[in-house]
Design a protein around this ligand. Structure first.
Ligand code: HEC
Length: 141
């Protein structure tokens, strides 16, 4: 069949994007694990005092708070199985929520980190938030 090579090329052209997506997908997951490891460290530094090292809400200073810090391993479970990415982001960043949550006891991390001299700007801040969120997503029950 004279058309065979062309058909094969067409088939290859159709499958190539999927093959590439698979090839790219594998290292992307490994990257996620690396990011989660960094996020875990940050969680230990900034969050564990209240939420506990295991994120279950039993950190050493939790008892001085009026509100019990929530268990952060059931965020997906409490949201019908979907990790509520945007809600978690806004909650940790906190800058959009100031005022609306007058009784908020958790620090406004977006503000804290933005002001600290260690973080250059909004991009670094977003990176730090994402590291922690990807870690939290990885420990959902
Ligand atoms: C000073 C104690 C304290 C620290 C430190 C703290 N939190 Fe919280 N967190 C709370 C409390 C209390 C709440 C409940 C909401 C509120 O503030 O009233 C909360 C709520 C949350 C929620 C919302 C959970 C839900 O069920 O909706 C997330 C997500 C969260 N914290 C993540 C973090 C992360 C990530 C860090 C570290 C960057 C952190 N928290 C540090 C006390 C703390």
């Amino acid at each position: 069949m004279p058309t065979a090579p062309r058909t094969r090329t067409a088939r290859l052209a159709r499958t190539l994007p999927f093959a590439l997506a698979l090839a790219i997908g594998a290292p992307a997951q490994a990257d996620d694990a690396d990011v989660a490891a960094v996020g875990k460290e940050r969680f230990g530094s900034y969050c564990a005092a209240c939420h506990g090292l295991d994120a279950k809400g039993d950190g050493p200073v939790a008892f001085v708070l009026k509100k019990t810090p929530p268990d952060l391993t059931v965020l997906a479970k409490n949201n019908g199985g979907d990790f509520p990415f945007n809600k978690v982001y806004d909650m940790i960043d906190g800058r959009d929520m100031a005022g609306a949550h007058g009784t908020r006891e958790m620090p406004v991390w977006g503000g804290e980190w933005k002001d600290s001299s260690k973080l250059g700007g909004e991009t670094e801040l977003r990176g730090r938030l994402l590291e922690i969120i990807i870690y939290l997503r990885s420990i959902q029950q």
